[in-house]
Design a protein around this ligand. Structure first.
Ligand code: FAD
Length: 310
């Protein structure tokens, strides 16, 4: 059995594995795809102390750093069930989709999240070429340019307000007849001179010149007319889905499906900790996920020294 078993191999999981292994305890990482969302990222300019890097490069550095230690890396393994220990201090079981079962005295859950996509023509083709999902990450790349934000919930309206300070113009497109964001955010949004708000708009296509985004087409859901907007960037803000479906009923999840954690990264299950985009921790970023992963591993170690036989 492991002392610390990490599920997920993104920035949070890699950090947790390194911090656990440095305590000299038996550490394992099971990940569906080591590297996580970082693998899907191009330019990274906010990984503090590194002025510029690229996703695949950072992902391989994460793996190399973990391999410096005696960590059992189980890549291409998808967890399907968590079974809490039957008695305090007992072994926690994680079942894998391939039928295998792993046991550990503590577990760090770091299965991350995925952005909900529009699923319209052009979205995949122009991903990272104008189609973006993270305003904190990619906003500055569109300085002085025209962008659209898709989605009028809190994240969409926050993104539009944030981007309005950087880009030349923001078109916010909401599917519904009205925005769903908090009133205070809507008021702020409407006070900005370089933002146009469109409701009843259904984005139907991302347009590009083969290299990068040049615009989008949305359907006016009242008139039925297709309308073209020329722009350089599209931020899709229609939801971030935590990869926690497999944990339902085992650990407490928020209404959005995020793993509920306290300030120490503890979940509702003793010995089970969580970190990164899969949790209720606000702001989904690489440095934050790494910090939280380190914290969860230290909390797991703390749990182990308190529950092990003298
Ligand atoms: P993830 O990176 O999502 O990793 C989750 C891990 O869990 C993966 O290994 C996955 O395969 C695994 N997993 C999932 N389900 C299971 C399962 N059931 N069993 C086993 N393993 C599982 N952040 C920045 O700070 N700067 C940026 O510039 C930046 N740009 C971004 C650009 C894009 C296009 C995207 C999508 C995100 C970007 N982010 C950026 C956000 C950043 O990537 C995330 O905040 C960060 O990767 C979260 O780390 P994580 O370890 O919590 O989760």
């Amino acid at each position: 059995a492991f002392d610390v078993l990490v599920i997920g191999g993104g920035p949070a999981g890699a950090a947790a594995a390194i911090y656990a292994a440095r305590k000299g305890i038996r550490t394992g990482v099971a990940a569906e795809r080591f590297g996580g969302q970082v693998l899907d990222t191009m330019a990274i300019e906010n990984f503090i102390s590194v002025t510029y890097t690229e996703g695949p490069k950072l992902a391989s550095a994460l793996e190399q750093h973990v391999r410096e230690y005696d960590v059992d890396i189980m890549n291409l393994q998808r967890a399907s069930k968590l079974v809490p220990a039957s008695e305090p201090g007992g072994l926690i079981e994680v079942q894998l989709e391939n039928g295998a079962s792993l046991k550990s005295r503590s577990v760090v859950l770091s299965t991350g999240a995925r952005w909900r996509q529009m699923n319209v023509p052009g979205e995949q083709e122009y991903r990272n070429k104008g189609v973006a999902y993270c305003p904190h990450c990619d906003g500055p790349l569109f300085k002085g340019k025209r962008v659209a934000v898709i989605g009028g919930g809190n994240s969409g309206v926050e993104a539009a307000i944030d981007l309005a300070g950087i880009v030349s113009h923001v078109t916010l497109i909401e599917f519904d007849g009205q925005l769903r964001a908090d009133e205070v955010l809507q008021r702020k949004l409407r006070s900005l001179a370089n933002v146009t708000v469109i409701t009843n708009g259904q984005t139907t296509e991302v347009l590009g010149d083969g290299q990068k985004v040049t615009g989008l087409i949305y359907k006016d859901r009242v008139s039925g007319d297709p309308i073209q907007v020329d722009l350089e960037g599209i931020f899709v803000q229609i939801g971030l889905l935590p990869n926690t479906e497999w944990l339902k009923g085992a650990v407490a999840l928020s209404p959005r499906g995020e793993i509920e954690v306290d300030s120490h990264g503890r979940t509702s299950v003793p010995g089970v900790f969580a970190a990164g985009d899969a949790t209720t921790t606000p702001f989904k970023q690489i440095v934050i996920a790494m910090g939280e992963g380190s914290k969860a591993a230290l909390s797991a170690f703390d749990h182990l020294i308190r529950t092990s036989a003298p």
